[in-house]
Design a protein around this ligand. Structure first.
Ligand SMILES: Cc1cc2nc3c(=O)[nH]c(=O)nc-3n(C[C@H](O)[C@H](O)[C@H](O)COP(=O)(O)OP(=O)(O)OC[C@H]3O[C@@H](n4cnc5c(N)ncnc54)[C@H](O)[C@@H]3O)c2cc1C
Length: 381
């Protein structure tokens, strides 16, 4: 035993939606994992997420569905419009559970339960409360991970060492733990997304559904959805841009310049963007190729660390949460802390499905054309 080390049963790296969902699911089965995250504070980050009926059922099992209903909105309808606002298609998820086979197959549509939309920060806050903030250790950046016969040794950037019987690595797109399994690199998918949140009053129409507008070549695409139980509308405005944008993750948009990119769109798009109540950050879209192996005897990858995908299929958060449920179920069934088989079963169930979704999500990115644009012209200098 390392004299400086502390020991625990299960450690989770990453307090994103995947890591937190894993903690909630494990607590449901009587475990008390500790979560480590490199961030200094948990704050208001991200934009809108669509949550599928399959994920909602897990929230029901974990006893958090009432809390979730308070912060989210049911969105039974999805309207697709061209850039001028002409309606192309309206999907009623209840009447057509097979709608959008790419989503329906993985449980996005359901005749009994409408999907719901939520701001990532609100779902994140709900999961932190469910786990208990005392279980989350911030300012812990994983720098090393070594697997021994009877434990895993985690080393953090400040030199602290932790020993755990089992490690769930939910450390996102740029996962440190993934290096145990693959030396692959992140892949730029040719788009950047600007995420805005605006008051619902900026819409002259009810804020009760998913809506999207797109240019004919999909180089420009906007999706909006209700968040904060309908009080606000969240907008993801996507531009196809050739160059990986200097690996900028959080550059801020100049709102007028960004809205100007959508001058030829239905005016409601510009209205929503100009009405943003907070800074609008740019998120370049990256993913990775699927990999077959995510687990060892004592380490399991989960969420974006295992299968980062573009957000265009609306599945990144849903799949991370569904990973969490499957992994916790398998761990709960493991005899006397012998996790090897449990992790293998988890890997078998989840790799094939998520690889298919990853490929589909990249396909949506690949079909988008690019605009000729200097990103610097729409960013705050
Ligand atoms: C800030 C942020 C905003 C996002 N906003 C949106 C959005 O608006 N819409 C959308 O569709 N998707 C968004 N995503 C992505 C979406 O949340 C994920 O695709 C999905 O939820 C899977 O989550 P995850 O927990 O696997 O990964 P993530 O949500 O990326 O979480 C990974 C966590 O690991 C932590 N971490 C990383 N490296 C280390 C390390 N070495 N040591 C310790 N901790 C580490 C990170 O700080 C982070 O909290 C966002 C992700 C992030 C991080």
């Amino acid at each position: 035993m390392n004299p400086r080390g502390i020991s625990m049963d299960i450690a989770i790296i990453g307090a994103g939606l995947g890591g937190l969902a894993a903690a909630v699911a494990l607590q449901h089965h009587g475990h008390r994992p500790v979560i480590f995250d490199k961030t200094r504070e948990l704050g208001e980050v991200g934009g809108p997420l669509g949550i599928s009926p399959q994920t909602l059922r897990l929230f029901g099992e974990w006893g958090i569905v009432d809390g979730f209903d308070e912060i989210s909105s049911a969105t039974q309808y999805f309207e697709n419009r061209d850039q001028l606002g002409q309606l192309e298609k309206i999907t009623d998820y209840a009447a057509t559970p097979e709608a959008g086979a790419e989503h329906g197959r993985f449980g996005y549509a359901d005749s009994d339960l409408a999907p719901r939309t939520v701001h990532r920060a609100d779902l994140h806050g709900l999961l932190v409360s469910a786990v208990g903030p005392e279980q989350v250790r911030l300012r812990h950046e994983l720098s090393g991970i070594t697997e021994r016969d009877d434990h895993v040794e985690l080393t953090f950037a400040d030199g602290e060492v932790v020993r755990a019987g089992l490690v769930i690595a939910a450390d996102g797109l740029r996962s440190r733990a993934r290096k145990m399994f693959s030396d692959d690199d992140i892949h730029y998918c040719g788009s950047v997304i600007f995420r805005a949140v605006s008051p619902a009053e900026c819409l002259a129409i009810p804020n009760d559904r998913l809506r999207s507008w797109h240019s004919a070549d999909y180089a420009k695409h906007v999706i909006s959805m209700p968040v904060r139980a309908g009080r606000q509308v969240a907008v993801d405005a996507t531009l196809g841009v050739d160059e990986p944008p200097l690996h900028l993750w959080s550059a801020r948009a100049d709102l007028q310049a960004l809205a100007g990119q959508f001058d030829e769109f239905d005016p409601v798009v510009g209205q929503m963007l100009r009405a943003a109540t907070g800074p609008v950050y740019m998120h370049p879209v990256y993913d990775r190729d699927p990999i077959d192996r995510w687990t060892t005897a004592r380490v399991a990858l989960l969420g974006d660390a295992a299968h980062p995908m573009t957000p265009f299929g609306g599945q990144g958060a849903n799949q991370a949460i569904q990973d969490a449920a499957e992994l916790a179920t398998q761990i709960a069934a493991a005899p006397n802390g012998d996790y090897t088989e449990a992790l293998q079963r988890y890997q078998r169930v989840r790799t094939e499905r998520t690889a298919e979704i990853q490929r589909a999500a990249r396909g949506y990115a690949d079909r988008r054309a690019r605009v000729s644009l200097r990103l610097a012209d729409i960013l705050v200098r």
